[in-house]
Design a protein around this ligand. Sequence first.
Ligand code: NAD
Length: 427
Amino acid sequence: MTVARHGANRTSRIAGFHRKSPRERLDLVAAFAGLDAATVDHLADMGNLSPQLADKMIENVVGTLNVPVGVATNMKVDGEDVLVPMATEESSVVAAVCNAARQNHDTGFTTSVSGTLMIAQVQAVGIADPHAARLRLLEKRDEIRAICDGCDPLLVKLGGGFRDLEVRILDTRGGPMVITHLIVDTRDAMGANAVNTMAEKIAPHVANWTGGRVFLRILSNLADRRLARARAVWTLDAIGGADVRDGIIGAYHFAAADPYRAATHNKGIMNGISAVVLATGNDTRAVEAGAHAYAARDGRYGSLTHYEIDSDGDLVGSIELPLAVGLIGGATRIHPTAQACLKILGVTTAERLARIIAAVGLAQNFSALKALATVGIQSGHMALHAQNIAIMAGAIGDEVDAVARVLVERKAVRIDVAQEVLESIRR
Ligand code: NAD
């Protein structure tokens, strides 16, 4: 076997790496990268995720990365108070949700969902008569239903399964393609594995019925049959007057008109959304892909939220986006921290989880826009960022707050200043 060594002859070709234990792999990596003992010990400590479990979740595991889990307070969703665990490495994200929700706790957030339907796509090419082929497929709807439902009797027993069939003809650079959409209710599962299995099962039949060749068979992350929505009212008294309201609306108009701004606007929304998605062991990339694709559904990338003035003159915010999240499957079921977070949330259905996540996205966006339209985000951000800078400068214990305070006072949140302040404190 090739042994990786630090130095000129090191090689990334490590035979049988995947068959080793996490500790054995770590030793090989340490030799390759010349890691010191402290770094190896740090990586070997997997915290509250057991090495055996981590090793089953992904391939070639050598360690874990701890991300803080914070809990957002003040949230009321559909009349029920809820504490929301959020996993994120970014400061201010949890505070932003707490702040927004504090300003509308009397009424909270009202939510709805369009359903729990996922779409799987089957791509067929090289078809002589795509329009007739489309109809041939639609005629097979009952047969397709039976094949799909036959893949997952448990899902059917739980009230899910095949719901609908769509067939689209796409005009592509490579000629016409016939794209079959299987629309499947995946209930409390995110549903990727469930619908991918169905797409693969149906594929040879599609090839047969269309007379073409089938290539891709996979879900679409543009889960626009699985929309979650939330709306909320912030009164003028709660937010500090009409100027603040108008600033927020102006910020929204900016995002709605300009993709450069909309990207940042939606990134802020995803700060909140991805943090809850991650905390519950769901797939952040799937949700992010769906959100951004949905934001561009009209042909131009725009805002995922809307703001208006209601008949009382108060600020009304709303959000709508695809939220393919589940309580079953993926990391959700097996990661103990995800399970603990679901217990904190008290959710028993994927639908309720999606509703809460949509509300968090709106709360996050409200706070960001309010700060941007008034004092700016840097004052809040910098207070927390200053603590990180203090830690980077070497501050420990009480020194962290002491150094951070001075950095904020001096309006100079920089590592060189932090080092200087730390030295003067220690002198
Ligand atoms: P899964 O297949 O593990 O679980 C779903 C299955 O659980 C169902 O098919 C059903 O038989 C069963 N089940 C038990 N109780 C259920 C209930 N109450 N409701 C619904 N089903 C229930 O998981 P999944 O949700 O199909 O797949 C999610 C995983 O797939 C995630 O880890 C995701 O990262 C991954 N994935 C994502 C993509 C993508 O987004 N493009 C692609 C491939 C895989």
